[in-house]
Structures are given as structure tokens and as C-alpha cells.
Write a protein that binds this ligand. Structure first.
Ligand SMILES: Nc1nc2c(ncn2[C@@H]2O[C@H](COP(=O)(O)OP(=O)(O)OP(=O)(O)O)[C@@H](O)[C@H]2O)c(=O)[nH]1
Ligand SMILES: [Mg+2]
Length: 325
């Protein structure tokens, strides 16, 4: 099938060839992707462009890392989530209310120039939160490309009073340019070269979405596919529920392992993917444990507490597991 590329595509390609800085190159490649007709005939070309964008970002990141700047943020705690959105939607205020970090917060757009990072306590774990510069901020492209491709969960933060559905669309378009697409259960196969990521929508400023119109529109359009929650960072409305939903979207479980006869420490669980087994838990404790394991005793997901189970037993959140080797 012919690709049928347009004159705009070739213009962007020319800009790419003349580009000097990684930012210019990435922007030109993103423009090529954006104007390219999307059909089977361009699948390979799309994948190729996305790979180039990823490669240039990674190279730039490496170069900066060896000088002084590091564009990736090392994961800490149980999971890493990034707050993504247009300017002035309250990302930085949300970070400061959910963690003990105090970033710059202001009523003018593009306040955040580089990511802010904090740890959010949730029950017996800590979740790392990254407050990103606005997604349409050209200077933060490399940050976005690096961090958003690797975060465990992207929270799309929108202002409920400013056409929130269109904001989600714009964010999804910007992410798509980086090859990042929503990881939807049961979705048709993803385009080649894309990076599926878990995402959900935070509708912020609910304190001024007085008739709830913004939230209603958002839920109707994205409630089923991505999931939507309304909050007010300013009035601290619905933040406890937000924490629970973040945990649920992460798709992780906490498992408390112990050796026979020892007491269980509930404050330091092993973090595993949902539907992990006893074998996975043993492996997470120590590489050798998985094949040395004879059996385990489980409290929580067993038929009864203290049930003896085999390595294939599927665990639930907050299970206590005694590993017998
Ligand atoms: N009424 C109200 N105002 C809010 C809420 N959340 C944030 N704001 C205000 O909105 C403005 C922008 O907040 P920021 O947290 O700086 O927004 P941001 O998304 O980080 O903005 P950028 O860094 O520019 O992308 C500030 O004046 C905040 O006080 C909210 O829930 N309700
Ligand atoms: Mg900010």
C-alpha cells in the first residue's frame, strides 16, 4: 500500500535533516508523525520514527547524564507515578498535598520547568510521585520522553472547568507523539513501536466545577476506558479516595513474607504484580528461594488462615506468607 505522504511531511523531514539539537530533532520527528496518514502502509515508517525519537531521547539523556543532568528519575518506593497535564491544572499543588514536597505553585502557566519528586505514604507503603512540567512545554520534551515512558502509571491531570475532555484529548495526542499510548485491557493490537502505559484521569479544581458539568462530561467520555476521579487539591477534597484509586490502577499487591517461627513485619511488604504466585514472592525475597521452596503457609488468600499451599498458589493483596525451604 502506498504511504501517500503529504508536502507537510516532507517539510518536517527537511527540518529534521537540518536540525542540530536533540530537541529540534525530536520536534521535527514528532511533526512528521503527526502529519503522516495513519494506515497499514505507514506502519513501518511510524514505528521507525518512534524508534528514532526514543533513541535520540536516550542518547541525549546519556550525554547529559555524563555531564551533569540526569533526565531519568530513579524509582523509589513501591511504584512511580507521573502527573501529566496542560499548564495550571494543579499538578504541583497536588504533589505538595499528597507528599511533603513544596514545589513552586503559581497562577501563571508553565511554572514547573523541571520535574518535582515526592513520596506519598499509602497505608504501609510509599508511592513515588513526579510532578511534570506541562506536557506542551517544548523545553521539557526530553524529560517527558524519558520519564513518561518508564513511569508505572500516568495520571492525566485536567482542570474540570476548562473543557476537560479536550484537555485529555490534547494530552493523549502529545503522548502519542512520544509513542506512549493507553494500556487498555482488551484493546486491539497496538501500533508497532508504541509503548503502552497505564493511565487514568484526575479532574482537579472540583471546588469550582460547581454544577459538576465538567466531571459529568469527563466520566461519560473516559470513565469506562481510563477511569476518572474528581478532586480538589486546594480544598483537599477526595484525596483519600484518590490514593486508593492510584493503588488500584497500579495493579500491584503487597505480600508480607516471613520465615517459619519469625514474626511478620507488616511495614515492609514485598511489592508484586497482581496475580503473582507463591513462587514469585519467593523469588522476590531471594533468587535461590524459588527453586529451594518446598511449600508455603498462607494467611489471607487461602481457603482458611494458615493453609499449606504450593508454589503456584495465587496471592492476594496483604497476604502473609511463610516460606518453607
Ligand atoms: N480553586 C482551586 N485552585 C487550584 C486547585 N489546584 C490548583 N489550583 C491553583 O491553580 C494554580 C496552578 O496550580 P499549579 O499547581 O502551579 O499548576 P500546575 O499544573 O503545576 O502548572 P504548571 O507547572 O504551570 O504546569 C495555582 O494558583 C493553584 O493555587 C484546586 O483544586 N482548586
Ligand atoms: Mg507545576
Amino acid at each position: 500500500m502506498p504511504a501517500n505522504l503529504t508536502p507537510q511531511y516532507f517539510e518536517a523531514e527537511k527540518r529534521f535533516k537540518n536540525a542540530v539539537t536533540p530537541e529540534e530533532k525530536i520536534q521535527a520527528l514528532e511533526a512528521m508523525l503527526a502529519v503522516m496518514p495513519k494506515h497499514k502502509g505507514t506502519d513501518h515508517l511510524q514505528a521507525d520514527l518512534r524508534r528514532k525519537i526514543a533513541r535520540i531521547s536516550e542518547e541525549a539523556e546519556k550525554k547529559f547524564a555524563t555531564s551533569r543532568k540526569n533526565f531519568s528519575i530513579r524509582k523509589e518506593g513501591a511504584s512511580q507515578i507521573a502527573l501529566v497535564g496542560l499548564p495550571n491544572t494543579g499538578k504541583s499543588l497536588l504533589l505538595s498535598t499528597l507528599t511533603n514536597v513544596i514545589p513552586e505553585i503559581a497562577d501563571y502557566p508553565f511554572t514547573t520547568k523541571t520535574p518535582n519528586v515526592g513520596m506519598m505514604p499509602f497505608e504501609n507503603i510509599q508511592i513515588q510521585i513526579i510532578d511534570m512540567p506541562a506536557i506542551n512545554m517544548y523545553e521539557s520534551r526530553i524529560w517527558a520522553n524519558t520519564i513518561l515512558r518508564n513511569a508505572d502509571l500516568l495520571a492525566l491531570v485536567v482542570d474540570l472547568t476548562e473543557n476537560p475532555c479536550r484537555q485529555v484529548e490534547t494530552i493523549l495526542q502529545e503522548l502519542d507523539k512520544m509513542g506512549i499510548v493507553p494500556d487498555l485491557a482488551g484493546a486491539a493490537e497496538q501500533a508497532p513501536g508504541t509503548r503502552p502505559r497505564k493511565m487514568f484521569v484526575i479532574g482537579n479544581l472540583s471546588d469550582i466545577d460547581l454544577d459538576g458539568e465538567g466531571y459529568r462530561a469527563l466520566s461519560e467520555k473516559y470513565g469506562q476506558s481510563l477511569g476518572v476521579i474528581e478532586v480538589s487539591a486546594d480544598e483537599k477534597h477526595n484525596l483519600e479516595e484518590l490514593k486508593r484509586q492510584i493503588f488500584a490502577h497500579l495493579g500491584i499487591i503487597r505480600v508480607h513474607t516471613k520465615s517459619p517461627g519469625a514474626r511478620v513485619d507488616l511495614s515492609d511488604p514485598v511489592i508484586l504484580k497482581k496475580d503473582s504466585t507463591i513462587k514469585d514472592a519467593a523469588e522476590a525475597v531471594h533468587k535461590d528461594f524459588a527453586y529451594k521452596l518446598r511449600y508455603a503457609v498462607v494467611w489471607g488468600s487461602g481457603k482458611f488462615d494458615g493453609q499449606r499451599v504450593g508454589p503456584e498458589h495465587v496471592l492476594k493483596d496483604n497476604d502473609i506468607v511463610e516460606l518453607h525451604i
